[in-house]
Design a protein around this ligand. Sequence first.
Ligand code: AKB
Length: 319
Amino acid sequence: MKTQKILVIGAGGQLGSELVQGLWKLYGKENVFATDIKDPQGILSQGNFEILDVLKQKHLFEFIQKNKITQVYHLAAVLSATGEKNPKFAWHLNMDGLVHVLDAAVEFKLDKVYWPSSIAAFGPTTPKHNTPQDTIMDPTTIYGITKLAGERWCDWYFRNKGVDVRSLRYPGLIGYKTKPGGGTTDYAVDIFFKALTEKKFECFLKPDTYLPMMYMDDAVKATLDLMEAPAAKVKTRSSYNISAMSFSPSEIAGEIKKHIPEFTISYNPDFRQAIADSWPKSIDDSRARQDWGWRHQFGLAEMTKEILKHLPALLAQEA
Ligand code: AKB
């Protein structure tokens, strides 16, 4: 069997830095190349790291060729809230970056490509509860538009060019090791930091705004399970629905209060409320469960306990 050489683009982000550690365990540190447009923070500097901008196609192709890359995880993207502020750049990075990677997959006959989609690919007239795999998709954010278009590109490269590209529609991802940047679901990460440091949190969404969410360990597991599945089991080549839990700001605040009774939350909704209102409240991921055996492990209570157990030590290190 040939040695797999894995390139992770956008490795410094919230998902990337944790996914890289999962890939180290599977493939060995020496075979994983983490890249981003900024110097690595924390743990990533313990493995191979290089600066790489996916928009510089020539550099991307040279990097893949030089390092004999066989798989690419392309995670670099502008998220929903930031995308609304700079829509042209969001389109440029999210679309051209993906097409560069898919073209590289054809040029260098890569074994596999991973690209994340999102619940943002759905829109206001999508069924909100138990959103099916195949349904109306009418995203209203530029980020969501790039995710829907990206899904179609992935499917097109699979059907027309034979690229083994795989994708998941992530819900809001919640971890504590790296902070997210520019998303609408980010409140569910910030709330833990503020609960521990200030015992209070002002939320930019209304108390009853339900959104699908997932703990980072489950997101890493889902990604690696999908990428390790035999190709024949991966029947959806646009992107799979996956889900773990759904909750509202008032519910997560209530869960945190069980551990930190003095914690309080207040609400000051901004433009992100309209984005959240356009997304599903819960997701039907039965196709992923059937096709390649997806199972989540963390619900709201388990996740909250886990984060509040580990985050204080991390905050103490930073202080
Ligand atoms: C965002 O809020 O923009 C992302 C997402 C749901 O894709 N976390």
